[in-house]
Structures are given as C-alpha cells and as structure tokens.
Design a protein around this ligand. Structure first.
Ligand code: FEO
Ligand code: CA
Ligand code: CA
Length: 729
C-alpha cells in the first residue's frame, strides 16, 4: 500500500524547471560584487521610523462606531531575553523554561460540542462525528479577542477569545482504529469521511482566568465550528466565475467544496482569519491518457503545478463508494477529462484549490471565501502590513523548492473604520489590487515585478503560457512569475511584519537542491554538506535561513526594496562560514518554518526539521532582531557573497521550547496581555511503522511521562508563567 504510506511535508515537489536565469542575471552577479562593496562602505540603510508604520496589530484600530479600543500593547519589547534557554533534547514531551508551564488544550479528536463524547484511544469516533471534533495536524493559528457585549472581534480582550487554527493534513496511521485500509481497491467511506473532516480549520472559543491564567475550551460555545475538506466555499476576486473554475458542482465557477492542506495562516486588520492551501495538488489523480484530451496550455499548467498525467493521489479519496455521502463528493478528486464540457466533470478540480481563503470566525452563517486575486500556488502563509491611509500589502510564500515570494497590494486604502467589517471588508481589500513577485538582486536591492495581464509580457504572445486574462495570470501565477524572471527561493514558508519598523521577514526553510539544480545566489547563498547520525550526507541549504526586506520609502505600494539575511540556521559546531549568525548551543536551530512577531516586537521562530533531529526535537525560539543593514557582507563556505544581519547573542535569540518526538512545532498565537502563548505540536511520532508501535505517546506523556501505550496526537498547547506574568517579559 505504498500509496497510503505516511505523507511527509518535506516531500516538496520540484516543479520549477523554468529557465528564468538569463545572461542578464549572470552579468549582474559580476557587477554586484563591486556594488556590494561600495554599498556596504557607504553605510547601513537609514532606519528612521515613520510614526504611522505598524504591522497588522496596529493600535490605531477603532471599532465600527469609531470608538477607540483599549491599546493592546501596554507592554514594551523586552531589552533582552532573560528566561533560561531550554536545552536541545530528544524527550517525548514539550519542554518549556523554568517558571513556565505547558498544558495540552486541544488535541486530535477532542469534542467541540457537548453532544459528542470525549476522545477515547480505544474507541475511535465515526467519520461524520469529526465535524464536531478537532482535526489532525494542527498548524497555523491566531487568537481573536471576543467582546462579550458585541460578540465581535476586540483586539484588547484576553480573557475570552476565538482560537482559530488549521488542520493541515492527516496521519492516517493513528487517525483510524488500525491505520488506513483498502477493501477491493477502495478506501472505506467512513475512513474517507473521517480524513476529509480531519482537514480544514477549527474555530474554538476559549476562556482565560485573569488571576491564574488557566485557559479552557468553552465546549458549548455557539462559535465552535469546523470547516472541513467538504465545506461549501465561494470564489471572489478576479478568477471568480472564470471558465477555469467551472466544475460539475459549480458550472459557473462560483463555488467549490472544501479547503485542505491548510498550512501557515494569516489574519486581516479587520478581524478575519486567512487560511492557506499548500500542497493541494497531491489530493488529485489524473490518468496517463488524460493529456491526449487536453489543450497544450492545460498540460503546461498541470505539469507546472505538479499534476502530471499518471499522478496518483495521496489518500485515494477518489476510490470511495458513496453511500453516506453522494458519489460526486469522491469523484471530484479525479481530475480526468470525462465529458464534453468542464461544467460536467472535475477536470478543473485542481484549479479550485491553491488559494488564500478568508474565514470570519465571528460569522458562521456565510461561506468562507477563496480570494483568487492573491494568486494560486502552494500558499504557505501570509502577513498583512496595514498602515492607515495606505493600500494594504499581503506578503505570501510559495513553499516548494525554487518557488517564489509574492505580494498583493489592495487598491483600497486601509481605513480603520473597517474593523469588524467581515467578508464585506474582505471584498473591499482583497478582490481588487495588484499581484507582484519578488526578484532579489545580489547587491541587496530587489524589485517587485507586477503580474498583471497585458504588462511585463503577460499576454497571448507569452512563450511560457499564453495568458488571455488576469484570471489566467492569478490561476497560473507560478507560470506568470517564471516568465518575468522572479528569484527562485529556498522554500518560502512563513512571513511576518516587524511592528517596530515595517520590515518583512520570510522563512526559507531549506533546499536540498540548492547548489545543484538551483545555483546559489546572494539571497539563497549556502550549499554545503552535513552528516545526519554521522552517516547520511545531507546537501544544499541544509538548515535554512530567514530573509528580511524593507520597502522603498516604507510604502506598501513600493516596487523596490532592500534586503539582507537576518538569520542562518546551523548547528552550533559548524564552520563560521556556514554558521554565519554565530549560533550557540542555547539557540542553534535548523529549518525555520513558523514565525511571528508579537505586537511588542518579540519574534517567535519555530522549526519543522529533519536535518538536526538526530540531536534535538523541533523547537520554538524567541528573538529580538535588529534591522536591515545592522550586519555585514559575508562569504559562505561555497564562495557566494551575501549580506548577513548582526550576529545573534544569548540576549537576542534563545530556545524557548522543545517538542516531543518526531513532531513539528508550528502555529503561534498570543493573548493581547502577553500572558498566554499558544503553539501547535504537529504529527508527533510521524515515522512510526504502524498504529501498534508508536514512536511517541505524546500528549499523554505531558502529564504522565511514563506512558508507553497512548496514541500520539497533534495538539494545541498553551504556555503560561507559573507566577502569571508576561511571557518572555
Ligand atoms: Fe506545510 Fe510548508 O509547511
Ligand atoms: Ca548534522
Ligand atoms: Ca509550514
């Protein structure tokens, strides 16, 4: 049953075979060596701050009545980190600093409705019941304060709120009573329903005791809700109603069912949640003979997004036989041309995923909305930069090897009166605007290249893809980006905005093919070898890095920027031309992925690693970064020049937490009083051979370290201080 073997997120597709490195780039590499030196000699970039400049957590916000809300940022950024760093370890537990406590809040299968009983390892609930239970593989997450009087978003409230989180994918080994099965070549329908429902998003109400800081799920809240791989969603934006989105379910291309592979997240300044559709393509099958029934441009697009003819699906949902649900709900995962028209089959099914999805956690009546103007790719995360009076900018990564960083700039200028505007505000800010892709020059400058139909060669005459409309451009954003020469990055993951100065940070988690199929450049400068377990050779950018950039003039609409590399992941013992940030045992890390600036300006960095896990489980660190230009130029072990930020110290980067065995740490949220921080532990024990021999028994081990029998389950953890104080304060 190889097709049902566990999915590993690091099985990232290599679909970017575009040849967009031209002679011009090679010439620039030569020029840049000189300009790099002169730029650095002329001093760092000026960093005077505009007083209006904030991230999405600006305390400029007022509610719909124009009444100012209580400032949410009463606590200043700490001058240095003082908690005791957590040591690297391989223990099967979440470890936090002395004086802190970690409590499991919400684990796979936990009920969010009093009518559904508590989880029981030995009595796995039915597939349909997972509409009222936690999904699997918890990922991106955000806390929305809930105003008791208005029942709407209030960024100043900490004791009541909606915690919204992604359930990226599933670990079928532990989701089902005895792992995944097939009967006569078909997946049993109840298993498929359980799997589809274990994907998507959770909205749960939580309450926090203001004295003890104890956090609990409010199980009978009317806000508790699951959005799954079957939930009806609307399309909005430039591709809505396009023939590219026409399916048997929605011939007019206005709706689809479900969201899946929701990885990183985002949130809007008006109080809605953004969920991303990352490795969506793996859910579809396409027959070997299907190419013969397709137009040439369809084949180009399917190949670029990773659905070559003859592709099988990760979970084989298309094999289920309908009974409880209609057959059509399963047939839609087969993307073959089956009829005369796209309006009566699911050849366009893959086009209905890969979008940024808006969910109003305070409004359960309206459908979530897929915001197509932000482009279609393996969306990892998004960060919104909101400056009152300027258009909004949404920064987004496409997480596969050699993919790109994008930005969407709204036509509408941010007006704080739109706080709590729900989907109406989404229509205003996310449907009309411009999509850009980033090009990083080797001299520390960069350009945003506009991806608009009719500009930059994006028209019918384009040799990469014959673009006929903006709907084509956004649906096949990767092809548009290829044709304008965007920079191929080392797997762009999470994006976040520094609330102090508006600089944007993006994690580039790793790239095993950097230095081979992707030549190094200044923005992706490392290719080296490292041993895992003293035997297996790992190559390329083994440990990842974090790039940051600052818009010209600090404008969200800027079409150019300056960049440097804030941090290089490395093992503390690596050579100084690999460990370029000066990491020590208290803060060395590999494969940065989740990342978020809290409103004070503390940067939280999480890892989803497979390169340093011979030494330590995945982790979360706290950081106090400086600013672009605070470091120097550097030359990597492979001889590539780059710009690296100031070296970190024990005061500016410390390991705050380590996770249990074989997990990823992801998802970060905090109450506005900074007294509770939430993280997700994803896929503990993911390399277990089968359900009966688990490599991890977390979360049971969190309270009973000796447990050797419990099923490993992904879960949300809340961390508070034993003295009730401010986290990392
Ligand atoms: Fe789902 Fe790119 O991590
Ligand atoms: Ca190693
Ligand atoms: Ca991720």
């Amino acid at each position: 049953m190889t097709e049902l073997s566990p999915y590993h997120e690091d099985q990232e597709l290599d679909n970017n075979t575009s040849d967009n490195i031209h002679f011009r780039d090679i010439l620039e590499q030569h020029i840049s060596r000189r300009s790099l030196i002169s730029k650095t000699a002329s001093g760092a970039v000026a960093l005077t701050l505009a007083s209006t400049l904030t991230g999405c957590n600006d305390d400029d916000n007022s509610n719909n009545n124009g009444t100012p809300t209580t400032p949410t940022n009463p606590d200043k950024k700490p001058e240095k980190l003082t908690f005791n760093a957590v040591a690297k370890n391989l223990n099967d537990i979440v470890t936090v600093p002395e004086g802190y406590q970690a409590t499991v809040l919400y684990a796979l299968g936990d009920s969010i409705n009093p009518a559904y009983p508590e989880w029981d390892d030995n009595n796995i609930p039915s597939g349909p019941s997972f509409q009222f239970r936690s999904g699997d593989c918890h990922d991106g997450m955000h806390f929305f304060g809930l105003n008791a009087a208005t029942q709407r978003f209030d960024e100043s409230v900490s004791d009541r709120g909606l915690l919204v989180m992604n359930h990226e994918y599933i670990n079928p080994t532990f989701l089902h009573p005895k792992g995944p099965t097939k009967v006569d070549g078909r997946r049993p329908e109840d298993e498929v329903i359980r799997e589809v429902n274990a994907h998507g998003v959770s909205v749960i109400e939580i309450k926090k005791d203001q004295t003890t800081q104890k956090v609990e799920v409010v199980k009978n809240s009317v806000f508790n809700r699951r959005i799954t791989g079957s939930t009806v969603m609307d399309f909005a934006g430039v591709a809505a109603g396009s023939t590219l989105l026409a399916t048997g379910y929605s011939p007019a291309g206005r709706q689809t069912r479900g969201t899946h592979n929701n990885c990183g997240n985002g949130y809007t300044p008006w109080g809605t949640y953004l969920t991303t559709e990352e490795n969506f393509i793996g859910y579809f099958v396409r027959s070997a003979g299907d190419d013969a029934l397709r137009r040439p441009e369809e084949i180009i697009a399917l190949k670029r997004y990773g659905l070559k003819a003859g592709s099988s699906s990760r979970y084989a949902w298309e094999t289920a036989k309908g009974g409880v649900e209609s057959q059509d709900l399963y047939d839609r995962w087969n993307a073959d041309v089956k009829t005369d028209t796209a309006s009566s089959d699911y050849r366009n099914g893959p086009n209905t995923f890969g979008w940024m999805v808006e969910i109003d956690p305070f409004d359960g009546r309206q459908n979530p909305v897929k915001r197509t103007s932000l482009g279609r790719f393996a969306h990892e995360d998004s960060a919104c930069r909101a400056v009152a009076g300027q258009p909004l900018a949404f920064y987004m990564g496409d997480d596969s090897r050699g993919e790109y960083i994008y930005k969407f700039v709204s036509d509408a200028k941010w007006d704080t009166k739109d706080v709590n505007g729900g989907y109406r505000a989404g229509d205003k800010y996310m449907n009309a605007g411009k999509l850009y892709v980033a090009k990083f020059n080797n001299d520390g400058s960069g350009q945003w290249i506009e991806l608009s139909y009719g500009k930059n060669g994006l028209d019918q005459s384009n040799t990469v893809y014959p673009f006929g409309s903006q709907a084509d451009v956004v649906t096949f954003a990767r092809l548009a980006a290829d044709s304008v020469g965007a920079t191929k990055m080392d797997r762009p993951e999470w994006c976040t905005v520094n609330p102090e100065n508006g600089e944007i940070y993006v994690t580039l988690t790793n790239n095993s093919n950097r230095g081979s199929s992707y030549p190094t450049d200044a923005a992706n400068p490392r290719a080296y070898e490292d041993l895992y377990n003293n035997e297996t050779v790992q190559k390329g950018n083994v440990n990842g890095h974090i790039i940051r950039f600052r818009e010209t003039g600090d404008l969200t609409t800027a079409e150019s920027f300056k960049w440097d590399i804030y941090l290089f992941g490395a093992e503390a013992s690596m050579a100084s031309n690999i460990n370029l940030s000066g990491l020590t045992d208290n803060n060395d890390l590999s494969s940065p992925d989740g990342m978020w600036f809290d409103p004070r300006g503390v940067l939280w960095i999480q890892t989803d690693d497979g390169a340093y896990t011979d030494v330590t489980n995945c982790m979360m660190l706290a950081a106090l970064p400086g600013q672009i230009g605070d470091g120097t130029k550097a030359t990597t072990s492979n001889g590539t020049e780059t710009l690296v930020g100031k070296k970190v110290t024990d005061d500016t980067l410390r390991r705050f937490l380590t996770g249990p065995k074989e997990c990823e740490i992801t998802g970060i949220a905090m109450t506005p009083d900074y007294k509770a921080i939430f993280i997700n532990v994803q896929h503990p024990g993911e390399d277990s051979a089968d359900y009966a021999t688990a490599n991890s028994h977390w979360p049971a081990t969190q309270t009973n370290p000796g447990n050797t029998t419990a099923r490993p389950r992904s879960a949300t953890v809340v961390i508070t201080r034993k003295d009730g104080g401010v986290i990392a304060g």
